[in-house]
Structure formats: structure tokens, C-alpha cells
Design a binder for this molecule. Structure first.
Ligand SMILES: Cc1cc2nc3c(=O)[nH]c(=O)nc-3n(C[C@H](O)[C@H](O)[C@H](O)COP(=O)(O)OP(=O)(O)OC[C@H]3O[C@@H](n4cnc5c(N)ncnc54)[C@H](O)[C@@H]3O)c2cc1C
Length: 448
């Protein structure tokens, strides 16, 4: 009989690890609090399609995903907009979240693992300073390893012995409070730019966050209002009324609405303990600018399964190698982005309006961020570079602020990548403190 592994929650990272381990002969059980068919969100989100192949998985059934729609970015004052250049067909896809969860569950079952629905885990069994299993309403069950894939608000991190240094909650600026709602389409109306379905308002109404208004079906409009730190009902009402003024497609009839929280920060400093490891949002593994966490948690799930297959004991010291790989391959880059995000959140919205409308970024420049590798990358002509330098010299406070922020971001990345090589709690405590301090080096300080 293989080693016994419990996964709490059907987060994508936990499921990638669970499927891979079940295929390798481990005795894997996933505990999910939602009922079958209701796991995750009743909407679509965007990811790259190649993530499945990278995680040794087949593509999900075709009715679970479709081509990602086109996006337009709008400045805070609503006056300027820039279209995001399209990638080759099906490079990025919109995936139906509940369909994705069902695909993971059936892959797990095919591999010999067990998926238990409507079975919330109530607590960890912790004995002799190590995690020994889990408790549900049905009783206790012992496991060799518990993988926590229960999301950003996992209560399990706080149940670990404090000596493991696992962060209990994200900082205040690390959470985007969201309102996601679906409205009807206003009769005879179209999106802000007729052939672009999705419109993202950056620092909408000058507030710290984003709003979007997307035509996702013939007569269905998907709205997200996301604000860092908090989001009041009044802010939601103001944002919707402004979205309606700027996006004629947004109808009056509310079909359904949900309040959600999105993790918006780089990884926790420590996410392993004896008999325990967190993956996905429970370890804050999202891309800090947009809160996208499906791909990064799937990649982390694969790294975790690879490590588990190499070891016999599931001590924090053995699992540390997984954390190190995650930080070096993904986490350090996200630390860089997190610092930029915290700076941008505090930036005067007028400066962002200027970046959009002042000629610094032109439509042709956006082709540079395309990941299309099929042709030669376009180059910025020397004349255009000179123009940009002159424009930046005319805005010294923005230029100096951006340079200062880039230096701090590079420092955070360097610290993240210099994670201690060996599991030495004294060294880890020192490093984790420096890492968190580097992340919080820009922007308003908030603690939860
Ligand atoms: C509005 C919104 C838009 C987003 N858009 C994107 C996007 O476009 N692209 C992208 O990549 N990411 C996006 N994300 C982020 C993405 O959802 C997460 O980063 C990603 O799903 C990883 O989270 P997770 O699976 O680890 O945790 P979660 O999604 O929180 O899943 C945790 C699971 O654990 C279960 N669970 C919780 N507690 C228990 C318990 N005690 N016992 C048993 N089960 C439990 C939950 O029911 C749930 O199924 C978005 C998130 C939101 C909210």
C-alpha cells in the first residue's frame, strides 16, 4: 500500500499533485466541502492552454473551454484606451471553472484516487509538533502528509505549531475584495469598442483596483469590481453606475451577484511544516498584479508531486526542496511584480491617465508584450524611443518613482531567489522577515 496523502479542498494545485501521485500509486484522498458539480465558481476565467501539457495532463473536454476573448484597457479617467494585441488562436483560453473542477475530479478517480464531496475538513490532527491527519464531521483519519489546497483563507495554517513560521493570513494590501455580477445586455447596445468583448478599467474611479465589463454571451454581461483592502456597497453602486455610463452594453437587470476575495500577493514566506504543505492560494501563489492563480498553482502542484516522489519522510526539511524550487522558478518573479503592484496602487491616477494618453505607450508597442513566437518580434523604431525618453524627462517625479520602485522590485526578487538552501529554522526566520519586508517596501502599509 502506498503512503497515505490527504488533500484539503479541490484547489487546482492540490488536484494536479493528487492526480500525479495517484497515478504513481500513492493512496490519495481529496476532501472537498462543496457538493459534486458545485465546486469552484459558476463562471469562466482565463489561462494559457499549454499549462495542461506542462502538468502532464490531457486537455479538458472541449465544452469546458473556449478561445479567450479580446481585451481593451481603459485609463482611470475613462478618456483613453489601449487594445491588448491578440495571441495566436487557442494560446490563451477561457475555462469554465466548475467544468475544470469536474475534469480534475474525474482524472483523479481514473488514476485510482478518491474524491469525497460535501466533506469539509474541520481541523488538522497535530501531535508532537507534527501534522498527523485531519478531522471531518465523520471523525478522524490519519495520513502521512496533508496537502492544504483550501484557498487563501485556509484556517489550517493557523493550526500549525508556530515554530514552523507559516504565515497565518495575507497582509491587507494582498487581498482584492471583489464583487462579480452578471447583468443582461442593454437592448440594441454594444461594447465600448464594437469588436472587443472585454473592457478593463484600470484604477477605476481613481480607486485602488480594477473594474471590468465583459460581454460573455449574446445577452450576458460579466462585471467585476475589485478593490484592494476593502469594498463597500456604496463603492459597488458607484462603480456600476460609472461602468454603465462608459459601457453602453451593460443592462439594468441583475441576474446574479457574488462577493469574493482574490489573493493578490506573492507567495507566503514559509509554506511547509512536518506532515503539511500548502499549495495554490493557501500559500498565496497568485500572480500579484491580476490575481491569476490557476496556472501558478497547477505548476506548483506538479513541482510538489515531483518532490513527494523523491522522498520517504514528509518532514518540513524534506518538503523544503519543493518550496525552494517554487521560489526560484516562480515565486521570485512574482515578488518583483508584487512590489510594482503596491507602488502602482498608490500612484496618482492622473499619472496613469498620462501614461495611457500622453503618447508613452502606443498601440504598436503593445505588440511587444505578445507571446506570439511564430514571427519576428516587432522592434521599437529609434525615433519612437527618443520620443519616449523626452516624454519621461518631462515627468521627473513619475520617472524617479518608477526607477526607485524597479530597484526595490529587483531587490525583492533577489531576496526571494536567495531562499536558504538547507532547512534551518533560524536562517529561514531571518530570510522570511527580509522577504516580507522587501514585498512591503512600497505602498501603504496594511496588516490584516
Ligand atoms: C473573481 C475571480 C477571478 C479570477 N480570475 C482568474 C483568472 O482569470 N485566471 C486565473 O488564473 N485565476 C483567477 N482567479 C484566481 C483563482 O481562482 C485562484 O488563484 C486559483 O483558483 C487557485 O486557488 P485555489 O484553488 O488554491 O483555492 P480556491 O479557489 O479558494 O479553492 C479552494 C477549494 O477548497 C475548498 N475548501 C475550502 N475549505 C475547505 C475545507 N475546510 N474542507 C474541504 N474543502 C475546503 C473550497 O470549496 C474550494 O473548492 C480569480 C479569482 C476570482 C475570485
Amino acid at each position: 500500500m502506498g503512503k497515505k496523502i490527504a488533500v484539503i479542498g479541490m484547489g487546482q494545485g492540490g488536484m494536479c499533485a493528487a492526480i500525479s501521485l495517484a497515478k504513481a500509486g500513492y493512496d490519495v484522498k481529496v476532501f472537498e466541502k462543496a457538493e459534486r458539480g458545485q465546486v469552484s465558481y459558476d463562471w469562466e476565467d482565463d489561462i494559457r492552454a499549454d499549462i495542461f501539457g506542462l502538468c502532464d495532463l490531457d486537455m479538458p473536454p472541449e465544452d469546458v473551454y473556449r478561445q479567450k476573448r479580446k481585451w481593451l484597457f481603459v485609463s482611470p479617467d475613462g478618456k483613453y484606451s489601449l487594445p491588448v494585441p491578440p495571441l495566436p488562436p487557442m494560446e490563451e483560453i477561457s475555462v469554465y471553472r466548475r467544468g475544470l473542477s469536474e475534469y480534475f475530479a474525474s482524472e483523479l478517480e481514473k488514476a485510482g484516487g478518491e474524491a469525497l464531496f460535501q466533506t469539509p475538513v474541520t481541523s488538522l490532527i497535530v501531535e508532537d509538533d507534527a501534522v498527523k491527519g485531519i478531522r471531518t464531521f465523520e471523525g478522524e483519519e490519519r495520513f502521512d502528509l496533508v496537502i492544504d489546497a483550501s484557498g487563501m483563507n485556509s484556517p489550517f495554517r493557523a493550526q500549525l505549531p508556530s515554530k514552523f513560521l507559516v504565515q497565518k493570513a495575507p497582509d491587507g494590501n494582498g487581498v482584492l475584495f471583489g464583487y462579480r455580477a452578471f447583468f443582461d445586455r442593454a437592448a440594441g447596445e454594444n461594447t465600448r469598442e464594437e469588436d472587443i468583448e472585454c473592457t478593463m478599467h484600470v484604477k477605476h474611479l481613481g480607486e485602488a483596483g480594477i473594474s471590468w465589463c465583459n460581454l460573455v454571451e449574446e445577452n450576458l454581461v460579466d462585471v467585476l469590481i475589485g478593490r484592494v483592502g476593502s469594498l463597500s456597497d456604496e463603492q459597488i453602486a458607484d462603480a456600476i453606475s460609472d461602468l454603465r455610463a462608459q459601457n453602453p452594453v451593460l443592462g439594468e437587470r441583475l441576474i446574479r451577484a457574488h462577493k469574493v476575495q482574490i489573493c493578490l500577493r506573492a507567495a507566503a514566506g514559509v509554506f511547509v511544516a512536518d506532515g503539511y504543505v500548502a499549495v495554490g492560494d493557501s500559500a498565496f501563489m497568485t500572480m500579484p498584479l491580476m490575481g491569476s492563480g490557476i496556472e501558478s498553482s497547477m505548476k506548483a502542484g506538479k513541482l510538489l508531486a515531483d518532490r513527494i516522489k523523491e522522498i520517504d519522510d514528509f518532514s518540513a526539511a524534506s518538503l523544503w526542496e519543493f518550496e525552494k524550487r517554487y521560489m526560484k522558478e516562480i515565486g521570485a518573479g512574482f515578488a518583483f511584480i508584487d512590489v510594482l503592484k503596491r507602488w502602482a496602487l498608490d500612484l496618482d491616477p492622473k499619472k496613469i491617465d498620462w501614461v495611457f494618453g500622453g503618447g508613452l505607450i502606443e498601440k504598436s508597442d503593445l505588440a511587444l508584450v505578445s507571446t506570439d513566437t511564430s514571427g519576428e518580434k516587432p522592434k521599437i523604431p529609434a525615433k519612437s524611443i527618443l520620443k519616449k525618453i523626452c516624454l519621461l524627462l518631462g515627468k521627473p517625479s513619475l520617472t524617479c518613482g518608477a526607477l526607485g520602485c524597479l530597484i526595490k522590485a529587483a531587490k525583492a526578487k533577489k531576496i526571494a531567489a536567495k531562499i536558504p538552501g538547507k532547512y534551518d529554522l533560524k536562517k529561514i526566520a531571518k530570510w522570511a522577515k527580509r522577504y516580507e519586508k522587501a514585498l512591503l517596501a512600497t505602498g501603504k502599509k496594511q496588516t490584516k
